[in-house]
Design a protein around this ligand. Structure first.
Ligand code: ADQ
Length: 498
């Protein structure tokens, strides 16, 4: 594989969406920044290294030069260029809404009852993955490193090989990989696994995801051998040799820590405090998504208010939800359900001078987001399942006073790294989450500081640049024995005697 440290070799990032969204307003194109974990994570990497970002700009109109000009304008000062992949309405419906968001997204988050396995979706997936491969082939040079991201593009490696591409290609899955008994429900389980095995390096967020993947491969390939036992192992199936690693994604810690201390953020954080005087503020920040466990969180907060009346007037839950995939019916009905629940809980508990839940449904500016991270005392990060969850890490980085408490779902990938210093909870167990809220509210300043110190150390040491370097080193290293064994999540089991 190429040595990326030599000048001239470019990093080519490929993801379903570009980091900007194009929109046509009154006949002319404009762009706005994209949202979500993948964009937050990769934008600083490309700003730092330069390269190309290939993806769909979010519009189904045929590509024009006006569109290209806006894309060029969007990254004029960012140090990297954008290349768009054109998708039409059928692609958007059957590939993006269909295969990606009605099949893979729910299935890989263990929610198979949310899946719609419509037969036409697989053809759309293959067709669109081929479109991405076509653009990649036309855009890259022989020494570039191609790094494909996420569940929309699991078959791009296979399509690139079919088009005769000789260069090696890496892939990172941002979401969890499910255990075999769930994965095997997928009607296209075998071709999808075979497609994944055409990549040369596959990265997962946690050891659990890698273990699940290897168990699935073993079911279709009994001749599978695995060598090594560290962060990266080598898998051999027939003629294929594939590296498979665990690379927990991080954030740009330094930037979050620095920006959270700037004057505009501090002013806004003071403002938020002034509006809610004497309160311990609990923060939830999520994309609108049923995997994020937002309604379970509201129920847990309701349970806390019922069981611990001393929290009344003393605690406010600030829940920020960023709009996402709203044109998919499941997401729209989730929004309605959330809003009903907020109304119900506020109706049940509000008293003069105190509203228990502050609900914000919009995308926040970076200054606003940082101000909420700074102003709130407790972060309630309780997804039902999550690849990593960057909000948990951003809250720690943006906590200069070092007294924030992180309540974290044991089903977030972040739990593997942060389990010793966060308060871990099962998000389905509303009583347990309620007790964690109560515990966080009463936690001494000393314990808060000691826990936050540990959390920050992890988030700082394993930041986004560590993640990129680890992945790229795994791609080119001759010897994989220098990669340490990654942290694994150990469930806190109760022992029972029968
Ligand atoms: P996501 O599911 O998008 O990412 P997450 O990791 O929590 O989830 O990232 C969300 C990002 O959006 C954060 O960077 C956050 O700051 C930003 N954000 C959230 N709400 C916002 C708001 N109201 N306004 C502005 N910004 C907001 C996927 C996987 C995750 C994985 C990431 C990265 O599902 O598990 O951690 O990719 O690999």
């Amino acid at each position: 594989m190429n040595d990326l440290s030599t000048a001239g070799d470019r990093l080519v990032v490929v993801s379903n969406r570009l980091p900007v969204v194009l929109r046509k307003i009154d006949g002319s194109w404009s762009f706005s920044p994209g949202s979500g974990g993948l964009v937050s994570a990769l934008a600083p990497v490309l700003r730092n290294r330069g390269g190309i970002w290939i993806g769909w700009p979010g519009s189904v109109e045929a590509e024009t030069s006006a569109m290209q000009e806006v894309l060029e304008e969007a990254t004029r000062h960012s140090g990297y260029t954008l290349k768009s992949v054109a998708l039409d309405m059928r692609d958007k419906n059957d590939f993006y809404h269909g295969f990606a968001n009605e099949v893979i997204w729910p299935l890989f988050h263990d929610l198979q009852s949310h899946c719609n396995f419509a037969p036409r979706y697989w053809d759309a997936y293959t067709r669109v993955n081929r479109k991405f491969a076509d653009v990649i082939i036309r855009s890259v040079g022989p020494d570039d490193f191609i790094w494909v991201h996420d569940y929309h593009l699991m078959a791009v490696g296979r399509e690139l090989k079919a088009l005769g591409m000789g260069a090696q290609v890496g892939f990172f899955l941002h979401i969890p990989f499910p255990p075999p008994d769930i994965y095997m429900k997928l009607p296209w389980r075998f071709p999808l696994l075979r497609a994944l095995l055409e990549y040369d390096l596959i990265g997962f967020q946690t050891l659990r995801d890698r273990r699940n993947f290897l168990q699935c491969v073993r079911l279709i390939a009994p001749d599978l051998t695995i060598s090594g036992k560290g962060q990266v192992v080598t898998l051999r199936v027939g003629r294929r040799e594939v590296r498979v690693g665990t690379f927990p994604i991080g954030i740009d810690f330094k930037e979050f820590a620095r920006d959270s201390q700037n004057e505009a953020v501090a002013r806004l954080a003071r403002h938020i405090h002034r509006d809610l005087p004497g309160r311990q503020m609990i923060l939830g920040v999520d994309r609108l998504d049923y995997t994020k466990g937002i309604t379970h969180r509201f129920e847990a907060f309701r349970n806390a208010l019922q069981r611990f009346p001393e929290l009344h007037h003393r605690t406010t839950l600030v829940q920020v939800v960023v709009p996402s995939r709203e044109d998919i019916p499941k997401y729209h009905s989730l929004k309605v359900e959330m809003e009903q629940l907020v109304g119900e809980i506020n109706g049940q508990f509000t008293q003069s001078g105190w509203v228990p839940i502050h609900y914000i449904f919009r995308s926040l500016s970076r200054t606003e987001l940082l101000a909420y991270y700074r102003a709130c005392h407790i972060a309630l990060v309780t997804p039902l399942k999550d690849g990593m969850n960057l909000v948990a890490k951003e809250f720690c980085a943006a906590n200069p006073e070092g007294e924030g408490v992180l309540i974290l779902s044991e089903f977030a990938g972040a739990a593997a790294q942060l389990q010793k210093a966060a308060l871990l909870v099962n998000p389905y167990n509303v009583e347990e989450v309620a007790e964690a809220i109560q515990r966080a509210i009463h936690m001494s300043a000393g314990e808060r500081r000691a826990r936050m110190h540990k959390l920050k150390r992890f988030v700082r040491d394993y930041d986004i640049f560590w993640w990129v370097d680890a992945f790229l080193r795994a791609a080119i290293a001759k010897d994989l024995s220098n990669f340490p064994v990654p942290e694994d999540y150990v469930p806190h089991m109760e022992t029972i005697s029968l």
